[in-house]
Design a protein. Structure first.
Lengths: 426, 142
C-alpha cells in the first residue's frame, strides 16, 4: 500500500477540474451562438445543425463537467491519484476540446468526412486515456463503495460509446460496411443510459446522502447499474441481429430509471437539509429524467410527432444532465477553491467560507435560469423555426451568468492567495 | 454492529446534529443553535480522540506509515476544529449568513473526510490492527 494514500497531493490541482469546468461554460456560450441562425425550421432529429448542437451539449458542456468532476471524485472517494495533472491535461482535456470542435464543425458543415474522422480519433484517444486513468486506478484502489464501482461501470459505458461513435464515423465516410441505424441507436443508448445515467447513479449514491443528509441508497442500486449494462448489451444485439425483439430490452431499460427516480425522491423527502438549494435542483433532475426516459421510450412506438425525439434529448441531456452538473458545480467549485487556499495556511479570518465564493442566492439564480432555459428549449423542440431566438438568448443568459460566477470565484481566489502571500512576508 | 459500522454511525450522528443546528439557525433560534453546536463539537471531539489517541497510533505501529493517511486525517481534524470555532463565533455574533457559510464548508469538508475514512482508512485499519474491533467498541462506549 502506498504511503501517499489519501494525501491532498494526490488530488488534482485546482486548475485541472477548473479547466474542464471553464471550458464547459464556454461551450455553453457557443451553444447559444450556434442556436441564433435558424437553419432548422421544423423538428428533424437527423438535421446536421441538430447533431452539431447535441454534441456541443453532450461533449462540450456535459462531457467536460463530468470528466472534471470524475477526476476529482476518483481522487477523493476512491483514492485514485492524479499525480501527473499536466499529462491528464494533455491526454484528456486538449484532445477532448479539439475533437469536440472538429466533430461539431464536421456536422455543421454537412458531415465533412475529414473533420469527423479526425474528431473521432481525438475523442477516442481522450476517452481511452480517461478510462485508463479511472479503471486502472479503481482496480488498484481499496475502495469498494457503490460510487467507486458505479464510476467503473460508467467509464466502461463511455468506452463503448466512443467505439460505437468511431464505427459510425467510419461507416458514414464509407470506410466500414456496417449498418448505420443500429450503430446510431446503440451509440445514443450507450451514451445516454450508459455514460450519463450510470455516472449520475454512481455519483448521487455519494453526494445526495452527503450534501443533503439523507439515508444511504439501498445496496441493490449497485446491481441496478450492472443490470443497465446488461440491458444495453441486449439492446445493441437486438438492434443488429433481432430488431423485432428490441422493444423488450428497450422497455426494460425504463425500469432502472423509474427505480432510481422513486428511490431518490424518497430520500429527498427524508433529507435533513431541505433548505439547501441542491434539494430543489435534484427534484428537477428527477422530474427531467422521468420526462426524458418516457419520451425516449415513446419515440420507438410513436413516430408521428418529430418533436418527440428532440424533447427526449433535451429533457435527458439538458434537463437531467445539465441540471445535475450545474447543481454539483455549485457545491464542488467553491469547496475546491476553499480547500486549495486552506493548504496555504491563511491567518484566521482571511479565508472566506464556501458561501464567500458562491452564495446560496447565486445557486438559486442558476436554478431559475436553467428552468427558463429548459422552458425555452421545450418550445424550440416544438417549433424550432419560431423559438430559436428565445432558446438562443436563454442559453446565452445562462452561460453568461455561469461564466460571470466562475470569474467571481477566480477573482476571489486570487485575492485571497495574494493576501496570504502578503501576510506571510510581513 | 461491527467496528467500522460503529465509527460510521458516529459520523452519521454528527451529520444529523449539524443538520439540526442548521435548521435552528435558519429559524433564528440562536439558543437552540448554540446548544446544538456545543453538542456537535463535543461529539466530534470524542470521535477524534478515539481516532487520534487509539486508532491512528495502532495503525501507524502496525504498518509503519507515520506520514501517510493518518497524518492527513489529523490535519483535517484540525481544520474541522477551526471551522467549529468559526461557527461558534458566528453563534455569539448571531450572524446567520456567516454561520451558514462556515457550516456548509464544514459539511463538505467532513463528508469528504468521512468518505476517505469509511472507504479506505477503516478497511485498512481492520486489516492491519490486531484487536481493532475491541479497541473501537471500548473507545465508543467510554
Amino acid at each position: 500500500m502506498s504511503q501517499a494514500w489519501l494525501s491532498y497531493d494526490d488530488a488534482p490541482p485546482f486548475w485541472l477540474p477548473a479547466s474542464f469546468f471553464g471550458a464547459a461554460m464556454l461551450w455553453l456560450l457557443l451553444l447559444g451562438g450556434l442556436l441564433l441562425p435558424a437553419d432548422m425550421l421544423t423538428a428533424n432529429r437527423y438535421h446536421p445543425q441538430l447533431l452539431a448542437l447535441t454534441h456541443v451539449l453532450a461533449l462540450g458542456v456535459l462531457g467536460n463537467i463530468m470528466s472534471g468532476a470524475l477526476l476529482q471524485m476518483l481522487a477523493v472517494a476512491s483514492g485514485v491519484a492524479a499525480r501527473r495533472a499536466s499529462h491528464l491535461l494533455l491526454g484528456i482535456f486538449l484532445p477532448w476540446q479539439a475533437g469536440t470542435a472538429l466533430l461539431v464543425g464536421g456536422f455543421w458543415f454537412g458531415f465533412a468526412p475529414l473533420a469527423l474522422q479526425a474528431a473521432a480519433v481525438l475523442l477516442c484517444a481522450a476517452i481511452i486515456r480517461l478510462a485508463w486513468h479511472g479503471l486502472h486506478g479503481l482496480a488498484h484502489s481499496p475502495a469498494r463503495d457503490a460510487s467507486s464501482r458505479g464510476m467503473a461501470l460508467a467509464l466502461l459505458a463511455l468506452l463503448v460509446t466512443a467505439l460505437l461513435g468511431l464505427g459510425l464515423v467510419l461507416t458514414l465516410s464509407g470506410q466500414l460496411p456496417l449498418p448505420l441505424m443500429p450503430l446510431l441507436h446503440s451509440h445514443v443508448l450507450w451514451a445516454a443510459m450508459g455514460w450519463l445515467f450510470l455516472l449520475l447513479l454512481a455519483v448521487s449514491q455519494t453526494v445526495i446522502p452527503m450534501f443533503l443528509i439523507t439515508p444511504s441508497y439501498p445496496a441493490w442500486m449497485l446491481s441496478t447499474g450492472r443490470a443497465v449494462l446488461l440491458l444495453l448489451l441486449a439492446c445493441s444485439l437486438a438492434l443488429f441481429f433481432w430488431p423485432a425483439q428490441l422493444w423488450l430490452p428497450a422497455s426494460l431499460l425504463l425500469i432502472p430509471v423509474v427505480l432510481y427516480a422513486v428511490q431518490s425522491w424518497r430520500l429527498l423527502r427524508q433529507s435533513r437539509r431541505p433548505a439547501d438549494p441542491l434539494w430543489r435542483q435534484w427534484q428537477g433532475v428527477i422530474a427531467c429524467l422521468l420526462l426524458g426516459g418516457v419520451s425516449a421510450w415513446l419515440c420507438s412506438r410513436w413516430t408521428a410527432w418529430p418533436s418527440l425525439p428532440l424533447l427526449a434529448g433535451l429533457w435527458w441531456l439538458g434537463g437531467a444532465g445539465l441540471g445535475a452538473t450545474l447543481a454539483m458545480l455549485g457545491k464542488i467549485l467553491p469547496f475546491l477553491a476553499w480547500l486549495h487556499l486552506k493548504r496555504l495556511n491563511p491567518p484566521r479570518g482571511l479565508l472566506p467560507s464556501t458561501h464567500g465564493f458562491l452564495p446560496e442566492s447565486a445557486q438559486r439564480r442558476v436554478r431559475l435560469l436553467h428552468q427558463l432555459w429548459l422552458l425555452a428549449g421545450t418550445l424550440w423542440c416544438w417549433q424550432p423555426g419560431r423559438f430559436h431566438g428565445l432558446f438562443a438568448l436563454s442559453t446565452l443568459a445562462l452561460a453568461s451568468y455561469a461564466l460571470w460566477l466562475g470569474g467571481k470565484i477566480a477573482r476571489r481566489y486570487h485575492a485571497v492567495q495574494g493576501a496570504v502571500s502578503t501576510a506571510a512576508t510581513h | 454492529m461491527n467496528a467500522i459500522a460503529c465509527l460510521t454511525q458516529q459520523h452519521r450522528d454528527c451529520d444529523a446534529i449539524l443538520a439540526q443546528a442548521e435548521q435552528a439557525v435558519r429559524h433564528g433560534d440562536w439558543t437552540s443553535a448554540g446548544q446544538t453546536c456545543l453538542r456537535l463539537a463535543t461529539d466530534l471531539e470524542q470521535h477524534f480522540q478515539l481516532e487520534e489517541l487509539q486508532l491512528f497510533p495502532a495503525f501507524e505501529a502496525a504498518t509503519g506509515m507515520y506520514s501517510g493517511p493518518t497524518a492527513v486525517m489529523r490535519q483535517e481534524h484540525q481544520q474541522i476544529r477551526q471551522l467549529l470555532q468559526d461557527m461558534d463565533d458566528a453563534v455569539h455574533a448571531t450572524d446567520a449568513s456567516a454561520w451558514l457559510g462556515h457550516a456548509e464548508t464544514l459539511l463538505i469538508l467532513t463528508q469528504q473526510h468521512n468518505m476517505k475514512e469509511e472507504n479506505i482508512l477503516y478497511p485498512m485499519c481492520s486489516q492491519h490492527i490486531a484487536g481493532f474491533e475491541q479497541m473501537v467498541m471500548a473507545g465508543a462506549s467510554a
